[in-house]
Design a protein around this ligand. Structure first.
Ligand code: AMP
Ligand code: MG
Length: 494
């Protein structure tokens, strides 16, 4: 087998960074889904991937001779507690390659068996979490939110025991890199400063080329990661996404959304919404994400303090200044996006106020976040406010008046900004998605998939590719859950 253009840039690092690991032999590999568009971007031959040899390759069973598959070492703060030794417990990096867009990307298997880092775990993944990650990560991509992506789903022929017994599966994941805040922490807590520097140089060389030759490149690295994470989290929050496990080992230095566990999109808007069954105290609730971001980045900054200057006090000052920018960048990106979601060209104090007022009305009126925002379009289009108003459950006159006043203020600001109707409608449509991977739909898809029916999985994956375009064939995916369908809790499924 040719090596498919796979390289192993991570193995240029000292061996403390990884362990050579072979995937376990699986009883009966079967390719369930191939993301042909992503295969194209990766410059991988689609016909090969769809062949039997391709299945064996994607499942890690027949790798090109030159492939050195590895699992990576990392540490991490999990729910605020430092765990010095984590690492890829059920993931395997096959290698990386330069894609057609000139970006280098990793290809990683998740669920391919035990590794040196498995601790008590079985190294397996069940079909539920694999399908969830496939759908949500691809949806994020089409919503223009930086994310790891999903190249393929395979069945392993095994049964995996979690909350339920489910078919075993492997997700083939693609990422700009798998370097996490936790990777830096792994070496920092062992006081291996040379390794921290090697890692910083590695990721700069790989993902931040423009700062490579700059004198203050480590400071610029911190600036870039703070900016990337602030923008990322602002984008999550603009679509009602809750990551669920924002531990530092799940915080990517390449600033992509990574490690989709108990993540979820909100149905009804709730500022403090939590879905994850393990997030008992709401540390990673919807609105807390904007606070956890800088907390995680402070942990990153601590690991590279010694690279910022020779004087520790000065380093701390530099880091603090950069970290303080998180809030500014977050607010500016968030306001820019959300003003567009209301149809405005520019963000202003007024658009910010209107958005916050709308959130408060949605929360008290138990309104569906995605549908309510999208229905603003029909207010302008048909001059029919009812499509919008019917999303809110208000019993008191006072609340109904508040909503009407909000609509008046919104119209007024559109007029004041001289936004013409057509332009505002276009903006509303391109900023407010129709199709998001709703929890109750994902659960239904997973239930069916566990019984061997993958039709809905394929259909939903298709719908999520064009999240902003109305498509009557997919109305079932658009609707909010009925009371009995409502999902209250999501699980890691690890
Ligand atoms: P996560 O919550 O998925 O970010 O995982 C946290 C840690 O647990 C990572 O080090 C994973 O590699 C490890 N882990 C998760 N699930 C498993 C599993 N089934 N077997 C072995 N290790 C696992
Ligand atoms: Mg993780």
């Amino acid at each position: 087998m040719t090596n498919l253009g796979l390289e192993n840039s991570y193995t240029s690092l000292p061996t403390d960074f990884y362990r050579f690991t072979k995937p376990e032999v699986m009883p009966c590999l079967e390719l369930l889904k191939l993301n042909t568009e992503l295969a194209e971007l990766l410059d991988l031959d689609k016909d090969f991937l769809l062949s039997e040899d391709g299945t064996m390759f994607l499942g890690g069973q027949a790798l090109p001779e030159t492939t050195k598959s590895i699992s990576l070492a990392y540490a991490g703060h999990q729910f605020g507690q430092l765990v010095p030794q984590l690492g890829d417990g059920r993931a395997l990096l096959l290698g990386d390659k330069i894609c057609k867009d000139n970006q280098r990307r990793d290809i990683q298997l998740k669920g391919s068996g035990k590794t040196m880092f498995s601790r008590g775990g079985d190294g397996r993944a069940g079909i539920g979490p694999v399908i969830r990650e496939y759908l949500v990560s691809e949806s994020m991509h089409y919503l223009n939110i930086p994310t790891t992506r999903s190249l393929a789903v395979l069945l392993t022929g095994e049964k995996v025991i979690r909350e339920t017994i489910q078919p075993g599966a492997i997700l083939v994941r693609v990422a700009k890199s798998h370097v996490r805040v936790g990777t830096f922490q792994f070496f920092a807590i062992r006081d291996q400063k040379d390794h921290v520097q090697r890692l910083a140089d590695f990721i700069i060389d790989r993902d931040f080329q423009s700062i490579k030759t700059k004198k203050n490149k480590y400071r610029l690295l911190l600036e870039n990661v703070v900016e990337g994470q602030a923008n990322l989290i602002a984008k999550w929050m603009s679509v009602g996404f809750i990551h669920g496990v924002m531990n530092t080992d799940n915080t990517s230095i390449s600033c992509e959304t990574i490690d989709y566990g108990p993540c979820a999109f909100m149905d009804n808007y709730q500022e403090k919404k939590v879905f994850s069954s393990i997030d008992q105290f709401g540390r990673y609730s919807f609105s807390n994400q904007a606070l956890v971001g800088p907390w995680n980045l402070s942990r990153f900054a601590e690991t590279i303090l010694f690279l910022l200057s020779d004087d520790q006090d000065k380093s701390i000052k530099i880091a603090e200044e950069i970290l303080l920018n998180f809030e500014k960048i977050f607010n500016s990106t968030f306001n820019e996006i959300t003003s567009k979601k209301l149809g405005f060209r520019l963000a202003s104090k007024h658009s910010e106020k209107l958005y916050n007022e709308l959130l408060a009305l949605m929360e008290s009126g138990q309104a569906d976040f995605t549908i309510t925002l999208r229905s603003l379009e029909s207010v302008l289009q048909k001059s029919c406010q009812n499509n919008f108003i019917k999303n809110f459950v208000f019993h008191e006159k006072k609340q109904k008046n508040q909503l009407n006043n909000w609509l008046k203020d919104w119209h007024k600001l559109l007029e004041r900004e001289e936004v013409d109707k057509e332009t505002a409608i276009k903006r509303l449509r391109s900023s407010n998605p129709i199709f998001i991977p709703r929890n109750h739909i994902i659960e239904k898809v997973i239930r069916e998939a566990s019984e061997g029916n993958f039709d809905q999985f394929n259909q939903l994956a298709k719908a999520l590719k064009e999240p902003f375009t109305h498509n009557s064939s997919f109305v079932d995916f658009y609707n909010a859950p009925k009371k009995e369908e409502l999902v209250q809790q999501t699980f890691c499924g690890t």
